[in-house]
Design a protein around this ligand. Structure first.
Ligand code: NAD
Ligand code: TYD
Length: 360
């Protein structure tokens, strides 16, 4: 049997969705910062959100330790082939449809990839039970639903997903848990709050606002901008995922958050002020004047807030980046990577923006 990457099977991690925002940051972190010395196989279907160019330098630099394979996680034969050829012993599962607004307009792909795709991966992992070490599932705090002004999501909070996206992620979490309980598959799950940082597709709040602020376009804030999100810089999330994979208790769930709650309007105001500061000569100042309140998202969750004391206590994990330092880095990154941005804003992206923000 041909093995493409020469290494011990136990050291080879299959990362799904590694061409997306968090997956690409995770692979970069794993190979350059974490101390991990094994191999990474990245399986990604390359939907509109996946861009292999995000890892072009990694591909070049780690030719013997990194492999990219374009495949759909719903394709069981393709996943089986990856496991066989590369001696996969662990999975870190990021691949998903991830945008709430898209899930409201067209939920099918969310059920397919997030539920059926996760099921397919679990089934193939189960076929390799003898040698399989860990299935880590990357999930979201959105499975817990919406909070009022007080309280936090703990790992014991009941699931109450409100969007097709969060419902599909909740279903996938349940499947992962069930495979741990029923088949004894070694599993871990992390539920994280909103991420931001380099390589995020500019349909999500922070990159969309940065780019529109730079370009002088309207900044579409849903409702009155009072919904609250907890923000975490992406590398802090990647470190949390890796700590859970390395040292987390098997069968356990870990909540991950930034202890950084902000109302959307405050987040957007901060971005406007920082872009003004970084581009002081622009006639677009003050960019707060670009803020446009638009129709609210249906079923819009009011507030997310994470109690992350379990991962803090058990794995000694803490965010290293404050919102202030992280958002500055992120704005800089978007200013310095025009080519990446132009590339991902392809025809389909334009059509989506047109359809969704036509009212602005
Ligand atoms: P993303 O949309 O940027 O990337 C998703 C990646 O998955 C893309 O590269 C896409 O091509 C790939 N993909 C989609 N369908 C696929 C399929 N059928 N087969 C193979 N690959 C497929 O998403 P992201 O923001 O990087 O999120 C990654 C994971 O983290 C998701 O599971 C998401 O639910 C979770 N998460 C995200 C956040 C956040 O703030 N972005 C927060 C918590 C958890
Ligand atoms: P988003 O980045 O889509 O993440 P999520 O819905 O998973 O939390 O949105 C973050 C918040 O910003 C959410 O409350 C919706 C709001 N939002 C806007 O106000 N305007 C926008 O254009 C977008 C994309 C989001």
């Amino acid at each position: 049997m041909k093995t493409d990457i020469q290494t011990s099977p136990l050291r080879t991690i299959l990362v799904t969705g590694g061409c997306g925002f968090i997956g690409s940051n995770f692979i970069r972190y794993l190979l350059t910062e974490s101390g991990f010395s094994g191999c990474v196989v990245n399986v990604d279907k390359l939907t509109y959100a996946g861009n292999p160019e995000s890892l072009a330098d990694i591909q070049e630099r780690f030719q013997d330790r990194y492999r990219f394979i374009r495949a759909d996680i719903c394709d069981r034969d393709a996943v089986r082939d990856v496991f066989r050829r590369h001696g996969i012993s662990a999975v870190c599962h990021f691949a998903a449809e991830s945008h709430v607004d898209r899930s409201i307009v067209a939920p099918d792909a969310f059920i397919k990839t997030n539920v059926e795709g996760t099921f397919t991966l679990l089934e193939v992992a189960r076929e390799h039970a003898q040698s399989f070490e860990l299935f880590h599932h990357v999930s979201t705090d959105e499975v817990y639903g919406s909070l009022g002004p007080d309280g936090y999501f703990t790992e014991e909070t009941a699931y109450r997903p409100n969007s097709p996206y969060s419902a599909s992620k909740a279903a996938s979490d349940h499947l992962v848990r069930a495979y741990g309980e029923t088949y004894g598959l070694p599993v871990t799950i992390s539920n994280c709050s909103n991420n931001y940082g380099p390589y995020q597709f500019p349909e999500k709040l922070i990159p969309l606002m940065i780019l529109h602020a730079v370009e002088g376009k309207p900044l579409p804030v849903y409702g009155r901008g009072l919904n609250v999100r907890d923000w975490l810089y992406v590398t802090d999330h990647c470190r949390a995922v890796w700590e859970v994979m390395r040292r987390g208790r098997r069968g356990r769930v870990y909540n991950v958050g930034g202890r950084c709650e902000m109302a959307n309007i405050d987040t957007v105001n901060r971005i406007c002020d920082l872009v003004d500061e970084i581009l002081p000569d622009s006639p677009l100042r003050p960019r707060r004047q670009l803020i446009t309140f638009v129709k609210d998202r249906p079923g819009h969750d009011l507030r997310y807030a994470i109690d992350c004391s379990r991962i803090e206590k058990e794995l000694d994990w803490r965010p290293q980046e404050s919102f202030e330092s992280g958002i500055r880095k992120t704005i800089r990154w978007y200013l310095d990577h025009r080519e990446w941005i132009d590339r991902v804003r392809s025809g389909e992206y334009q059509a989506w923006v047109q359809q969704h923000y036509g009212q602005v």
